[in-house]
Write a protein that binds this ligand. Structure first.
Ligand SMILES: [Zn+2]
Length: 279
């Protein structure tokens, strides 16, 4: 069984075929999908949980679907919208049993968006809420023109406001170098690879992945974005996490079954879930 640790199932790009898309995922061996709750803004933060309940309900009635979990969070560029009402909404969502993580949250200096100090303040506010609700966090971190500037701002925040919680989290769609990977492991984070691991120009990222302990790894799609190399440019979907997992297995000189078992165990351990969740 594989777990897609990060998919935007509420994307309007699945409006026509969401159930068929999830059936394909189960068919491909994906037993669990973490449905990311950022919407296209905080007003839609609840959509991931709604989908989680809807499709888990159909699954309980016998549909051959992956088990869904949800997250909730305010994306870095949406942090200017994080007023008291939105923060209260996030807190209420994180109290729900299916909402197992706060994210994706973090710092993004790559795209023009929210000012850096607003992103940082929004991140810290969400760390406080996630800590109180005892939810691990899903971090999005991307620097200017692939530099490490956002990482250099991120790590001191996590050291000061997160390490002591012991809750850990996931570096989602990891795109940093060895130094950023090492510091993430040191903070007790898992490192999740998406389809960009498979791209021809991503050799530096593959070199980092090859050095990582298998106990620290997850795979994800970040669907509908970042379809793996064989489907690049197409709409991505959770079934395609298989391709990224195969590439990762090759880098570590283990079998696809072994990477599936390891990433599944890592996910279940980090989010304190029972090992029978995909059955
Ligand atoms: Zn994402």
């Amino acid at each position: 069984m594989l777990i897609d640790s990060h998919a935007h199932l509420d994307s309007p790009r699945y409006a026509e075929d969401r159930e068929a898309m999830l059936l394909r995922a189960r068919e491909a061996g994906v037993g669990v999908v973490l449905s990311i709750g950022i919407g296209e803004g905080p007003a839609e933060m609840h959509q991931a949980l709604d989908l989680c309940r809807e499709f888990n309900g159909r699954r309980q009635k016998g549909a051959n679907l992956p088990r869904l979990y949800a997250s909730a969070g305010i994306y870095p560029h949406n942090t200017p919208e994080a007023d008291d009402g939105i923060i209260a909404k996030l807190d209420a969502l994180l109290a729900e049993p299916e909402v197992i993580a706060c994210g994706e949250i973090g710092l993004d200096y790559y795209h023009e968006g929210a000012p850096r100090d607003v992103q940082r303040a929004g991140l810290i506010r969400q760390l406080e809420i996630a800590a109180a609700r005892k939810r691990p966090i899903l971090i999005h971190c991307r620097g200017t023109n692939e530099s490490a500037d956002a990482w250099d701002d991120l790590f001191p925040v996590l050291e000061e406001h997160w390490r002591s919680t012991g809750l850990g989290g996931v570096m989602h769609c990891f795109g940093g170098g060895w130094e950023q990977a090492r510091r993430s492991l040191n903070l007790g984070f898992l490192i999740s690879f998406a389809g960009n691991l498979t791209y021809p120009k991503a050799q530096p990222l593959r070199d980092v992945a090859a050095r990582l302990p298998v106990e620290s790894l997850l795979v994800e799609t970040d669907a509908p974005w970042l379809a793996p190399a064989l489907h690049r440019g197409e709409r991505n979907e959770p079934a395609l996490v298989v391709e990224t997992a195969e590439v990762l297995a090759g880098l570590l000189n283990i079998t696809p079954d072994e990477i599936a078992a390891a990433t599944t165990a890592n996910f279940l351990r980090s989010f304190h879930l029972q090992p029978d969740v995909g059955n």
